[in-house]
Design a protein around this ligand. Structure first.
Ligand SMILES: NC(=O)c1ccc[n+]([C@@H]2O[C@H](COP(=O)([O-])OP(=O)(O)OC[C@H]3O[C@@H](n4cnc5c(N)ncnc54)[C@H](OP(=O)(O)O)[C@@H]3O)[C@@H](O)[C@H]2O)c1
Length: 244
């Protein structure tokens, strides 16, 4: 059974923009109290004005900031959403690019979960969400980004064994119309899959919590890609090379 949302406290990372900001609105609408985490104080304050949330500025690439966010947080819902992209040839990445991408996209979520999940389990109430990506299946030109997203998915699958009665949901969006692509410096250039709105992802995420779904693909038909990869990986790889 899923969690009733009214009156719960939700900590959302990457709440200043895109999917995180849309999720903040959706959870506020469902009656949650919010802690809004990100680096951009001005954009976080705008989201806070709309949702009544509390702003917490933190750079999740910095261990001390992650520990500050994790300390003393009496939260029922942890939405691990903050992340950024990197597209290009692997050889063009610097060691610093690699370690920052892994720190923000993967390590911060692992650390926040490590700190916050035990209290939820003790209270026998809570839900942890990981915003992964369809890139978790493997994407040309995004090897390290894809690895962080696949890491989140596998972490969620594994940590679920330690979580009952706390729910764990992984959200795997395709392409979403957010500043993600301009921030990484490469616009979304594929014709397929078409971009969906961040509100669509947020609604699916909230439904995933309420119904305690293990994985939520957005749009839903992307589950087919995961099934094809699982059953006929060779054919999947050939199709992925054809369609990017
Ligand atoms: N857009 C897509 O097509 C797509 C598809 C699949 C998955 N996703 C995933 O969805 C999540 C949200 O992305 P989005 O599309 O909503 O992009 P976005 O609009 O660029 O939002 C990214 C969020 O992550 C936060 N963030 C980035 N680096 C951070 C850091 N070092 N410390 C703290 N917060 C940080 C940003 O906050 P500040 O700038 O305030 O720090 C921002 O709120 C990401 O994990 C992304 O990988 C996106």
């Amino acid at each position: 059974m899923g969690l009733r949302l009214a009156g719960r406290t939700a900590l959302i990372t990457g709440a200043s923009s895109g999917i995180g900001a849309a999720t903040a609105s959706a959870l506020a609408h469902s009656g949650c109290r919010l802690v809004l985490v990100g680096r951009d104080e001005r954009r976080l304050s705008e989201v806070a004005r709309r949702t009544g949330g509390r702003v917490m500025c933190a750079d999740l690439g910095e261990r001390a900031d992650v520990e500050r966010v994790a300390a003393d947080q009496d939260v029922d819902l942890l939405i691990n959403n903050a992340g950024f992209g990197w597209e290009g040839a692997l050889e063009d990445m610097s060691a610093e690019d690699v370690s920052t991408l892994i720190a923000v996209n993967l390590t911060a979520s692992v650390e926040l979960t490590r700190h916050l999940l035990p209290a939820m389990v003790r209270r026998r109430r809570g839900h942890v969400v990981f915003v992964s990506s369809i890139a978790a299946l493997g994407v040309r030109g995004e090897a390290v980004y894809a690895a962080t997203k696949s890491g989140l998915r596998t972490f969620a699958e594994s940590v679920r064994y330690e979580a009952p009665p706390v729910g764990v949901t992984t959200v795997l969006p395709g392409a979403v119309r957010t500043p993600f692509f301009t921030s990484r410096g490469k616009p979304y250039a594929r014709s397929f899959p078409r971009q969906v709105e961040p509100t669509t992802v947020a609604e699916a995420l909230v439904r995933g919590i309420e119904r305690n779904h293990r994985e939520v693909f957005v749009p839903g038909w992307l589950t087919v890609a995961a099934r094809v990869q699982g059953t006929v990986p060779g054919a999947f790889h050939r199709l992925a090379r054809l369609f990017g």
